[in-house]
Write a protein that binds this ligand. Structure first.
Ligand SMILES: [Zn+2]
Length: 254
């Protein structure tokens, strides 16, 4: 995103210096600039991977050409998922029926390409489940930036999904989300920043933008509330990342 145009190289270096093993960066296929920068990153850095999809905010720009674009991107060996795709009934930047159409068609494409999906869901839990069931989508994926309840999490775990937590889990009022994180099986948990948004506590409100390096702070926070050792937690989340996205773990030993 443009928040990193000035110092992207430094931001990436800082993340790897913090011990981050790999980064997956989703490209928005309706934006040529997003594809361009993402491809440049995956070509420059061995441990940066990518996905491609039409975000629910951009669903009104979704066409059959978007599917062709994703399909041709998927020929690149560093594209490991279809996403972000999904439903956002909070902002409704695109009409809900258009969002559902774009989501379903991208689910089917992911299934055809044998790639996992990265799902964005806001105030749309039941509709996400309905779409997956109606399209008989079984390839699984990750529910990113999870803010749902334990019931939704369990239903998605049953459907072969991982659940990913962002800095929201550190927010003072996120009691319910912390409960979900405590209950979450460690072998289906992922961590992310959603940068430049959602900086975790204690940086929230003190810095201009969130950065990938803060994934470590989110990880340490969750390891603590789950009462899991740092080495077990970091090893397992690295393993979860590689198994979900089909990446050789040996490739990540820097
Ligand atoms: Zn999202």
């Amino acid at each position: 995103m443009s928040a990193f145009d000035e110092d992207r190289v430094n931001v990436i270096q800082a993340a790897f210096q913090e011990g981050i093993k790999a980064i997956l960066c989703p490209a928005e296929v309706t934006e040529p600039e997003s594809i361009h920068i993402t491809t440049e990153l995956t070509e420059t850095y061995e441990n940066i991977y990518a996905s491609g999809g039409v975000h629910p905010h951009k669903a009104k720009e979704f066409t059959t050409e978007s599917l062709t674009k994703i399909e041709s991107l998927a020929e690149d060996k560093k594209i490991h998922a279809v996403g972000e795709i999904g439903l956002d009934f909070f902002y409704n930047f695109s009409p809900p029926d258009i969002q559902i159409l774009a989501f379903k068609q991208q689910l089917n494409l992911a299934q055809k390409l044998d790639l996992p999906v990265i799902i964005h869901s806001r105030e749309a839990s039941q509709s996400i489940i309905d779409c997956i069931e109606e399209e008989t989508y079984t390839r699984g994926g990750v529910l990113h930036c999870f803010t749902g309840d334990w019931d939704f999490a369990q239903k998605m775990l049953d459907k072969n999904f991982f659940i990913s937590f962002s800095g929201i889990v550190t927010f003072p009022k996120a009691f319910d989300l912390r409960d979900v994180a405590r209950k979450m099986p460690l072998d289906h948990l992922l961590i992310e920043t959603d940068s430049p948004f959602l900086a975790p506590v204690p940086f929230r409100g003190k810095i201009k933008r969130n950065e990938p390096k803060f994934v470590k702070d989110i990880a340490q926070f969750i390891a603590e509330i789950k009462n899991v050792s740092w080495s077990d937690f970091s090893d397992q989340t690295t393993l979860n990342f590689t198994s979900l996205f089909g990446i050789e773990i040996s490739n990540l030993r820097c």
